[in-house]
Every structure is written in C-alpha cells, then in structure tokens.
Design a protein around this ligand. Structure first.
Ligand code: SF4
Ligand code: SF4
Length: 192
C-alpha cells in the first residue's frame, strides 16, 4: 500500500525533505508502510515508539507527531535506515522532527538526558551516560557496575592508566569549537 497524498498534506513531508539533515533522495514520499522499520526497531521493542506510524502521520500531514513524546525513544541505531526497501530513513526523519520540536518549544521531559549529554561535551570534551539513567542501570546491571563506576579513577591508577578525562588544553579546544559552532547556544535554548 503506497500512501496517496493530497497536495495539502505535503507540507510537513516536504519541509523534512528540504531540511539540511535530510539525505539526498530520501524516500520519505515513497514509503509503502511495510513496517520493516518498526519490526526491527529496538526503540519500538521497548517502548510505544513506532517509526512506521511516525512516517504515516507525516505523510498524512498530521503535525501532532511533532509533539509526540514517543519520537524521543529513538536512539539512532540506523537499523531502519539500512533496511527500508524504498530508501527512506525513519532515523533521519526522527532527527529532523526533533529539531522542529525544539525550534517550536514542543519538547518534554524526555529531552533532559540529551541536555546532560551536551553539557558533558562542554565540560569534559567527552560524552557521558546521563545521570538520570543511573538508578535503572544500577538495578539492571547490578552493584558491581555501580562500584566499578564510582571507583574508576582508583582502578585506572592501580592499572597504571591515565585519567579518561582529556587534559585542559583539549577540553578548551573542544569547548571553543562547540561555542563557535553554536552548539552551546543550542543547548542553552533547549534548557530554557
Ligand atoms: S521500512 Fe521504509 S517503507 Fe517500510 S514502513 Fe518503514 S519507512 Fe516505510
Ligand atoms: S534509528 Fe531509531 S527508529 Fe531507526 S531502528 Fe534505530 S531506534 Fe528505531
């Protein structure tokens, strides 16, 4: 089944296709609703997120998809991107939808981990697991992981390894890049 579009339902899909992040010739308008993206999507397996539904809403011009909190359950593994038979990428579409959501102030609490991730790059020049996930990880992985995490510096010293945190010069270099590229400003905007 190929979705037949009316002219006035094209707006959202076309604005996604025109976005800088969209690959050339992305097959959004060619989606046949086969559901392969959803059947292979780990985000769909563990939450109510459904990439096929997300694409369907876009093709129907249903802008409620922008504020659907489920779009924040994709973690960009790109499985859907590689498997789609018509060259669509639910993953890229999702990234663009999130940009639109942020731009229009349609974000929800699910964005918090991303802010912490961005902050980590600004402070330490490396990413880090957002602390919001720690309690569940501690429960799922166990106390050994928690001890390991909290004693990492000591363990590395014992093993004669340097700190995993980059030196000040590298941190400043990365921070300058992130400020000059507008990354820091964007993180602040999301925080607001
Ligand atoms: S795999 Fe591709 S064609 Fe199939 S539903 Fe997903 S986006 Fe549409
Ligand atoms: S990139 Fe996102 S939508 Fe695609 S399979 Fe991975 S989690 Fe699912």
């Amino acid at each position: 089944m190929n979705l037949k579009l009316n002219e006035n339902t094209h707006d959202l899909a076309n604005s996604i296709l025109k976005n800088l992040k969209s690959s050339e010739d992305m097959g959004l308008l060619r989606c046949v609703q086969c559901g392969m993206c959803t059947s292979t999507c780990p985000g769909a397996r563990h939450s109510s997120y459904n990439p096929r539904e997300m694409i369907k809403k876009i093709l129907q011009g249903d802008e409620t998809v922008i504020e659907d909190e489920n779009i924040w359950n994709c973690f960009y593994c790109y499985t859907c991107h590689s498997i789609c038979p018509v060259g669509n990428s639910a993953c890229e579409v999702n990234q663009i939808l999130r940009q639109i959501a942020i731009k229009n102030g349609k974000v929800n609490d699910k964005v918090k981990p991303f802010i912490e991730f961005g902050d980590s790059f600004l402070r330490l020049a490396i990413g880090g697991i957002p602390s919001i996930f720690f309690p569940e990880m501690r429960e799922d992985i166990g106390e050994d992981w928690w001890d390991f995490k909290n004693n990492l510096d000591e363990i590395r010293k014992d093993l004669d390894l340097d700190s995993y945190i980059p030196d000040d010069e590298s941190i400043n270099e990365v921070r300058t890049l992130l400020i000059n590229s507008g990354f820091e400003k964007r993180i602040k905007k999301i925080e607001e």
